[in-house]
Design a protein around this ligand. Structure first.
Ligand SMILES: *Cc1c(COP(=O)(O)O)cnc(C)c1O
Length: 439
């Protein structure tokens, strides 16, 4: 093969100056990028140890059918998840359709009519707002509100931190569950760190020892040396087509935490009485295990891409969140473009880098549950998988693109190169002279 710059120019129409620019930024930030490999290394050892402790063997890979009684692979997988994420028990199933479904299981499993749910990280992720329900819900949709569960929320402070005094003052005898969202979702804030979570948990448990603390852990897995259950959180949930599935899991979700809480979620997934005892796995256990095995490395690759993306765009004068040196507690990188054309060009370029559906042109559309059109770029092996290279943007001021994933850093880098090049070609890139004459 010819050298990289020439290859990219001939096959992807990326000017050598652009490639050299990104390589220069990568060199400059080598230490930060390499730190992610150290994190992955530690997690890899922990995952292997958990698999060894579960006595993982070939027979665990045989799936069950029908009721799925005595599914040894499923039991082993759940024991491994419980250990890796620091819980007493886990529910890890292909029958959990998405992250929203996993979170809903926890809410419906634990909350009863008359109970109060208190979010202390402001408005939850859009799809969870639909689960909670609002006064504007016209139909009887079976939301928490329909079932008589009350909901209140405490906003984050200006700096994006938990307003712990306000949170404590909202606790009352009805409060059954405190809800936190670790990831930033579609907002310009930092993700909660494990240390933020630890501090909040200690104060809440002191004030109200019986309150269950739940965390939406989507996008946060394998970013810190600890996970929320290690610092006293009762229950967490997430999606297997994000971080913990390693890009290999074809579907599914997980719930990890205290045994009684996990059992309540399991009773909601199947039914009381049969709870965790049923659920045929049909042979999917092997790839769920392989996905978890690869997840620490895949997450590190995605984070390296996010850091390189942040560093490159910051160098060109863009606002990025988180910034290059910021501590990261989710895999999302936001870049503020300010104009709609730049956001659409950015998303189209990410699509152009995909191994699957690269010929598709993403366009903004009115997605259910959103108040403005949203553009999404994803050319994934697994439908909707956002641990794979993907980008999305709600088409509203100040025109921010949210970018995440990439199973390999090289793929992520190609995505980055294409975004820079296409923005430059369209005359939409700030300080584009920095891509030329680099030395
Ligand atoms: C993705 C996500 C969800 C919902 O997960 P789906 O799998 O899309 O249903 C919930 N919360 C956060 C923070 C997420 O990133």
């Amino acid at each position: 093969m010819r050298n990289k710059e020439n290859y990219l120019q001939e096959n992807f129409e990326i000017a050598p100056g652009t490639t050299a620019f990104v390589d220069r930024i990568a060199k400059k930030n080598e230490k930060i990028l390499n730190a992610m490999d150290k994190m992955a290394e530690m997690h890899q050892y922990r995952v292997i140890k958990a698999m060894q402790n579960a006595g993982l063997a070939e027979h665990h890979f045989n799936g069950t059918t029908g009721y799925g009684y005595d599914d040894m692979g499923r039991d082993a997988l759940e024991a491994i998840y419980a250990e890796v994420f620091g819980g007493e028990d886990a529910l890890v199933r292909p029958h959990i359709a998405s992250g929203t479904h996993a979170i809903a299981l926890c809410l419906y499993g634990i909350l009863r009519p008359g109970d109060e749910l208190l979010s202390i990280t402001g408005k939850p992720y859009d799809t969870i707002v639909s689960v909670i329900g609002s006064e504007n819900n016209e139909k009887d949709e079976g939301t928490l509100r329909d079932l008589g569960v009350h909901y209140r929320q405490v906003e984050l402070t200006e700096s994006g931190d938990i307003d712990i005094q306000a949170a404590l003052s909202h606790l009352n005898e009805k409060t059954k569950m405190v809800y936190m969202q670790r990831s930033k979702g579609y907002s310009w804030r930092k993700a909660l760190t494990i240390s933020d979570i630890e501090k909040a948990v200690a104060l809440i448990k002191k004030a109200a020892p019986k309150v269950k603390i739940f965390i939406d852990n989507c996008y946060g897995e394998f970013l810190d040396t600890k996970e929320p259950p290690h610092v006293g959180v009762d229950l967490i949930a997430g999606s297997l087509i994000k971080n913990p599935g390693g890009g290999i899991a074809p579907t599914g979700g997980y719930v990890v935490g205290k045994k009684d809480c996990v059992m309540q979620a399991a009773a909601r997934l199947s039914a009381p009485g049969i709870a965790k005892e049923v659920g045929a796995t049909l042979g999917v256990n092997r790839i769920l295990m392989m996905g978890l095995f690869l997840a620490p490395t895949v997450v590190a690759q995605a984070i390296k891409t996010a850091i390189l993306m942040a560093a490159s765009y910051r160098e060109l004068g863009y606002e990025v969140c988180p910034s290059v040196e910021d501590y990261r507690s989710d895999i999302i990188q936001s870049i503020q473009f300010g104009v709609p054309e730049a956001v659409t060009t950015f998303c189209k370029a990410v699509q152009e880098a995909a191994p699957v559906d690269s010929y598709v042109t993403p366009e903004p559309w009115d997605m259910p549950g959103y108040t403005c059109p949203v553009i999404m770029a994803a050319g994934a092996f697994i439908q909707g998988s956002s641990i794979e290279l993907s980008a999305d943007a709600p088409m509203r001021e100040p025109y921010i693109a949210y970018f995440q994933g990439g199973l390999t850093h090289y793929h992520g880098k190609l995505g980055l190169l294409l975004t820079l090049e296409r923005l430059k070609q369209a005359g939409l890139l700030k300080n584009k002279e920095k891509l030329e004459n680099v030395k």
